[in-house]
Design a protein. Structure first.
Length: 281
């Protein structure tokens, strides 16, 4: 098996800083190009300024099978605005003129395969992408992908699920670098009121097979969720709740303000959640 890249990246550096300060990270997901790439540039800046530790840029895709209705609608809006993988990579180049926030491209495999693995990896790396998460690519099918991305110093992030066996989690973790993304529950993305009861056991199982930071996503939307995760995970991934803020806002400026407020409140909960763990016996 090809080892994940051990090169220091913005992602690994940020998680090292979070660990050193005893702080839970906030990974913020938005769909690139919703409603336009120009708007996304402003949203990324607002998220980074509000304290997002890593930003995932969703590459819109025509058949987003893992995504719930909120992100599906965002993909449709982004595609209607003409957003492509090449356009998202160019957006990253523009973001890098403004910010050093770690950036992950969150994509399905088809757009990457169409561009060509080598072409994609080179362009993404040169633009300033730090990592890539392909939702529908398994470790077994990813040998060439991981080899080529590692050669361009890009982290390869894979998904672990509640249905993954310990052996499977170990295989997923071995293929990953940057962090391991744990899905909190089965099903598609979407904000929920409560976290699954079996989530702590899933995180413990993942801890037993990897030293990578663990980020938990799917259904994370409220400060209370983040406070709970503060004693368990290294980061919380927030997606649908942020995409909904964009969808419901009356203007781009209103969306930026809403995104910043949401991330700020989650980051505050993350800090308080960790402090409680630190003083626990």
């Amino acid at each position: 098996m090809i080892a994940a890249t051990s090169n220091s990246t913005r992602i690994s550096n940020r998680f090292a800083e979070l660990r050193a300060s005893g702080e839970l990270g906030i990974v913020a997901y938005i769909t690139a190009g919703d409603p336009s790439l120009e708007a996304t540039l402003k949203f990324v800046r607002a998220l980074a300024d509000a304290g997002a530790d890593v930003i995932e840029l969703g590459v819109p895709f025509s058949d987003p099978l893992a995504d719930g209705p909120t992100i599906q609608r965002a993909s449709e809006r982004a595609l209607k605005s003409g957003t492509s993988l090449a356009g998202v990579i160019d957006l990253v180049r523009r973001i890098r003129q403004l910010s050093e926030v770690p950036l992950v491209l969150f994509s399905y495999y088809n757009p990457i395969l169409q561009m060509g693995l080598e072409t994609f990896a080179r362009a993404a790396s040169e633009a300033g992408v730090d990592g890539v998460l392909v939702t529908d690519l398994t470790p077994e099918e990813s040998v060439d992908y991981r080899r080529i991305l590692a050669a361009h110093h890009l982290d390869t992030i894979f998904l672990g699920a509640p249905t993954s066996t310990d052996e499977r989690l170990a295989k997923i973790a071995a293929a990953s670098s940057g962090f391991l993304y744990l899905i909190s529950r089965t099903g598609v993305t979407g904000a929920k009121d409560a976290l699954p009861d079996d989530l702590p056991a899933l995180i413990r199982r993942a801890r037993a097979v990897t030293q990578l930071p663990i980020a938990v996503g799917f259904g994370i939307s409220l400060p209370g969720h983040v406070s709970v995760l503060g004693g368990l995970a290294d980061a919380a991934v927030v997606g649908s709740a942020l995409v909904a803020e964009i969808e419901n806002a009356e203007s781009g400026d209103a969306a930026s303000a809403a995104l910043a407020a949401r991330v700020h409140s989650l980051k505050q909960a993350a800090t308080h959640g960790l402090s409680r763990r630190e003083v626990a016996p």
